[in-house]
Design a protein around this ligand. Structure first.
Ligand code: DSN
Length: 411
């Protein structure tokens, strides 16, 4: 970074501090992972210069000979990796991708059925703070209060009542598999489009460790930086019949120029995702999450839905007499980085949330396995059992640093 150090030493120092923070802390944020070095190289490459509008072979600026090839490679690889008929690699983010899906086939005011945010759904699935709720009329389904899993009978009942034009399956904090075939069948019954948002799950799907929504849903979106381990951005997959409308909905409908360096990073991660190392990380990500959930459960933490089928674990802190924010803060102090999260029992009591969300992608990407899950569960329990004991917190802080040293992110 010698150029950055010369132009802006303050910024360069912050980048270096962030690199140190990442190396010396345990990243349990479910929406993060660690990208290969080559992803960073392509993100910071000369590709940042090029302005593009339109699609390969049909651009609005000259000089696209190389970037057309890059976008075509990204599209081809996305389609091959996920077995999709159509792919659009231009969305800047998952929310941009979702907006484009809605606007490709719906009109303002149309009805959409999706999972509510308090049960795991995402802001862009019609939360009142999101533009999506100002454009479309959302009805939300939740989870069964006992099992804390999606109640497909409720989804069907609501679909028959509301007659939505689209049904969304997908979540930001839902630790269980989603039955995409059931959602698609309900959508077909009420003549609605089926749309799966697999933002969190794309890496696990690409690694074939959990089922894919691609064969049964009309539309699928995902982000490339969570379990997918790539650069930042969104992708849309769909059946071919929607391709033309999706192209127009992304550009010029929802976005202007897209970022070629991000598109190239997508092309790269779609290649790496076919290789044994990526597939093994995905297998272990799932295995580690299952083990960590079991260990926390054994230590007396209530795990939402009783466990996990993906990389996420949701912990209910109510019985521990802690709120999510306080737990997040004290865990960050010792170097265990995660986020407080709404849980189903919070649904009727807005305000401070009672849950924590943990993800196993980052710790698995740096090579940790089952023995380290034991250490991490013990450390979390030590901190949350004595959050006001400075000596205990400092003991765990040293343990976290030692564990991180054993498993460097970038050796
Ligand atoms: N959707 C947000 C999350 O799950 O944390 C950011 O990706």
């Amino acid at each position: 970074m010698h150029h950055l150090k010369k132009d802006d030493p303050r910024l360069a120092a912050l980048v270096e501090q962030e690199a140190t923070r990442i190396e010396t802390t345990l990243d349990l944020i479910a929406a993060e992972s660690h990208s290969p070095r080559s992803i960073m190289e392509v993100l910071g490459s000369i590709l940042n210069t090029k302005t593009i509008e339109g699609y390969p072979g049909r651009r609005f600026h000259a000089g696209c000979v190389n970037v057309d090839e890059i976008e075509n490679i990204a599209i081809r690889r996305a389609k091959r990796l996920f077995g999709a008929q159509y792919a659009n690699v231009q969305p800047h983010s998952g929310t941009s991708a979702n907006l484009a899906v809605y606007f490709s086939v719906l009109n303002v005011g149309d009805r959409i059925l999706s999972m509510g945010l308090p049960y795991g759904g995402h802001l862009s699935h019609g939360h009142k703070a999101s533009i999506t709720s100002k454009c479309f009329e959302f009805t939300h389904y939740g989870v069964d209060p006992q099992t804390e899993r999606i109640d497909y009978d409720q989804v069907r009942k609501l679909a028959l009542q509301v007659k939505p034009r689209m049904i969304v399956a997908g979540a930001s904090s839902y630790p269980r598999l989603i039955d995409y075939e059931k959602i698609a069948a309900i959508a077909e019954e009420v003549h609605a489009y089926s749309f799966a948002d697999m933002a969190h799950l794309a890496g696990l799907v690409a690694g074939k460790v959990i089922p894919s929504p691609v064969p049964c849903c009309d539309f699928v979106t995902f982000t490339t930086y969570k379990t997918m381990m790539g650069g930042r951005g969104g992708v849309i997959l769909a059946k071919d019949e929607f391709g033309q409308r999706l192209n127009s909905a992304v550009f010029p409908g929802c976005q202007g120029t897209s970022a070629v360096n991000l598109i190239a990073a997508k092309a790269l991660i779609f290649k790496l995702a076919g290789e044994p190392r990526f597939i093994e990380i995905q297998r272990k990500t799932l295995e580690n999450a299952v083990v960590l959930a079991r260990l926390l459960d054994e230590q007396g933490y209530r795990i939402i839905s009783g466990g996990t089928d993906n990389h996420q674990i949701l912990v209910d802190l109510t019985a521990k007499g802690l709120k999510g924010a306080a737990a997040e803060k004290v865990l960050e102090y010792v170097g265990i980085v995660l986020n407080r999260n709404v849980i189903p029992r919070d649904a009727t009591t807005p305000g401070s949330v009672s849950g924590l969300r943990l993800g196993s992608a980052g710790i698995t990407a740096r090579g940790m396995g089952q023995p380290e899950m034991v250490q991490i569960a013990d450390m979390i329990n030590a901190v949350l059992s004595q959050p006001e004991n400075p000596a205990e917190l400092d003991r765990v802080k040293d343990q976290v640093k030692a564990l991180c040293r054993q498993f460097p992110v970038y050796a």
